[in-house]
Design a protein around this ligand. Structure first.
Ligand code: AMX
Length: 474
């Protein structure tokens, strides 16, 4: 069964109007995602306890003080302000990210991989993020199948994307494509027809899963249009997981190592609590009850900034320039000089530092371990340079004395591995990040609606207001 963007559903190749199905009390989307019913049922089981916890926090403890607001928070990008609810993950400055309490190594041990694979897959991570439960292998496979069955793009989005200039940044194209998918939003249609607030989350879930299912086809189409002269992609393979299909659609299906790498990268990069710019944007826009497509499209624009998601593209540009200047097998001393040259020219060292983390990012470590387990990667001059840079950069950044965190973040290495595997178009790397981050940002939209979180609306103040607080002559 498939649903067309014109509101017709095809069952055994016979088109039915959505309105007719509605009159017959058949909900096409919930049938379309039959297995998400299992996911939905799991959510239905876990949501009441969370709603109860939320109700109690609100009614019994809402006046409890959990921190101070200082002027440094207001003028310093709200760093450290505990002012946002985010269910799926919590970031510890020293330990790094935990997904419902599980660290990255815990997830690597517990979450089911793809058949024949070793790395975590997006479906396992999505299940964990949404429900807080580790899925069984059968649950993971069923979700993979349903995402694959619903992964085709509507024709109008294909046409829209094909009409964009190949010189337009791939991230702009991705955000446009995601926003356009809102044409099919079941949440938006249901909202217009008048639904109860308690039902918001179910329609939001349908949209979120539908968006996640279609992201590989959308992102791969952009890749082929921009870099492969619009070459036709193979059909979605129902036996593959989401990332297996993504690499196949891009034209890298035969590269099993790249697929395994992307499975790991996309899973562990899927959520990084709520305050980062893209996640926060999705949450803010979602709080207006905009549908998930619009909310995530907005998030992608935030991700496209060089201090955030674009860093993976910038790291590789910087690393390759260093490699060109210093040559292969360079010394630590030369790298040190190069780092100082970057800093003295007023630029940041891309891939180092973080808004919250104060130690090496465990995602960086997991990707380094992936490299360590593959001799061919260890031979790569670019990857060797990443390693050597890691041995020098924290010392240089500490001596430089500005950054609060001289250690590497995930992007210090992420792009270099893609480059080695032949995916050399680094302007595209943030798109892969965008496919990944949908897992966490969309999970939170479901939870925000399940808990009935309100419109986000912080209070802003002017400098005169702050001046009045500290005293006119201070
Ligand atoms: N190189 C040089 N200077 C750095 C630096 C780096 N890697 N990281 C931080 N600094 C500087 C800041 O620019 C700031 O300088 P200023 O006082 O002149 O404005 C000062 O150190 C203090 O910054 P901070 O509090 O330590 O960091 P932040 O929270 O303001 O910013 C981040 C965090 C990530 C934007 C910053 O570390 C940075 O620009 N890193 C390089 C880009 C990067 O790797 N981004 C990827 C982040 C992860 C992701 O989203 N994928």
């Amino acid at each position: 069964m498939s649903v067309s963007f014109r509101g017709f559903v095809t069952i055994n190749h016979v088109p039915f109007s959505c309105l007719l199905l509605k009159a017959l009390k058949i909900h096409p989307i919930s049938q379309r995602f039959a297995s998400t019913k299992t996911l939905k049922e799991t959510l239905q089981e876990v949501i009441p306890a969370k709603q109860e916890q939320f109700k109690r926090l609100k009614s019994e403890h809402s006046q409890k003080v959990i921190g101070d607001i200082k002027i440094e928070n207001v003028i310093g990008g709200m760093r450290g302000l505990k002012s946002m609810l985010w269910e799926a993950s919590v970031l510890d400055p020293n330990e790094g990210i935990r997904f419902h309490g599980l660290s990255i190594p815990d997830c690597q041990r517990q979450l089911p991989p793809a058949p024949g694979g070793k790395e975590i897959i997006a479906e396992s991570m999505l299940w964990l993020l949404l429900t807080g439960n580790v899925p069984t292998e059968a649950e993971t496979r069923k979700l993979s199948l349903e995402l694959a069955e619903n992964g085709d793009l509507p024709a109008y989005v294909e046409k829209l994307i094909d009409g964009l200039s190949p010189s337009m940044h791939p991230m702009t194209q991705l955000a446009i494509g995601v926003a356009a998918l809102n044409h099919d939003s079941v949440f938006q249609k249901a909202y217009e027809s008048g639904i109860k607030k308690t039902d918001y989350w179910t329609y939001t879930l349908e949209d979120c899963l539908s968006l996640i299912a279609r992201l590989p086809a959308l992102a791969a189409r952009i890749y082929r249009n921009v870099y492969k002269q619009g070459a036709t992609a193979p059909p979605i393979n129902k036996d593959l997981d989401l990332v297996g299909n993504y690499t196949a659609l891009m034209g890298y299906g035969a590269n099993k190592d790249l697929t395994e790498y992307l499975r790991l990268y996309i899973s562990i990069h899927g959520d990084h609590e709520g305050g980062n710019a893209s996640a926060h944007t999705a949450h803010l826009v979602g709080s207006t009850l905009a549908d998930p497509y619009l909310a995530y499209s907005a998030a992608l624009f935030a991700l496209a900034g060089p201090l955030h998601g674009l860093a993976n593209q910038e790291v590789l540009r910087w690393q390759l320039a260093m490699q060109k200047e210093l040559g292969d097998n360079t010394t630590h001393e030369n790298i040190k000089d190069y780092l100082w040259k970057t800093l003295k020219s007023g630029q940041v060292v891309p891939g180092y530092g973080h808004g919250v983390l104060r130690k090496s990012d465990p995602r960086f470590i997991a990707l380094q371990e992936f490299c360590d387990s593959r001799p061919e990667l260890l031979k790569s001059p670019t990857i060797q340079l990443v390693k050597k840079t890691y041995e020098v950069a924290p010392g240089v950044l500490t001596e430089h004395g500005k950054t609060k965190n001289p250690w590497p973040n995930v992007d210090a290495t992420s792009g270099c591995v893609l480059y080695h595997y032949g995916l050399t178009e680094f302007k595209y790397y943030t798109v892969i990040f965008g496919v990944s981050r949908a897992l966490g940002a969309l999970t939170q939209l479901v939870w925000a609606r399940a808990l009935g979180l309100p419109l986000e609306r912080p209070k802003s103040v002017s400098m005169d207001t702050l001046q009045a607080i500290v005293g006119k002559n201070a």
